[in-house]
Design a protein. Structure first.
Length: 145
């Protein structure tokens, strides 16, 4: 019996199946997934195409000629948001690179206490949580163009 156990262990070792590592979830601390692959922040183009253009840059809201003070056009959206002062809340900056919590855009999207006007998008806010997280991730990664 002892020889049978040793033979079984030897065969297992020879089969190359010696990987005993267990993937760990380190996504909360170092930006990797459960499998150890690195996650990357969304690009501004992805944020614009997936969230801003269909939800914000629409007729009557922040489209060209909307007359509300901020246009989120294809060519001007980045400049209208990043390091740009809020047009309604003195002292607030719409997007502060690396600081989603301090960015007025996030406050408006999440309906934070103390915002002026309504939560975005109107009339009652309710932007999809995954969309808001995408914007947060982009901002916290530096809000690069």
């Amino acid at each position: 019996m002892r020889y049978l156990m040793l033979a079984t262990l030897a065969l297992a070792a020879c089969s190359g199946d010696t990987d005993t590592t267990v993937p760990t979830d380190t996504s909360e601390t170092d930006g990797t997934t459960e499998t150890g692959t690195t996650t990357s922040a969304p690009t501004f183009q992805a944020v614009y195409d997936d969230v801003l253009k269909p939800s914000c840059a629409v007729a009557g809201c922040h489209s060209a000629g909307s007359g509300n003070g901020m246009e989120l056009t294809d060519s001007g959206a980045y400049a209208a948001l990043v390091n740009a002062p809020s047009g309604v809340a003195a002292g607030e900056v719409l997007v502060i690179p690396n600081d989603a919590d301090g960015s007025y855009l996030i406050k408006k999207l999440e309906g934070a206490a103390g915002i002026l006007g309504t939560e975005m998008p109107p009339p009652f806010g309710g932007q999809d949580a995954d969309d808001i997280q995408m914007i947060r991730d982009w901002i916290d990664a530096g809000a690069n163009p």
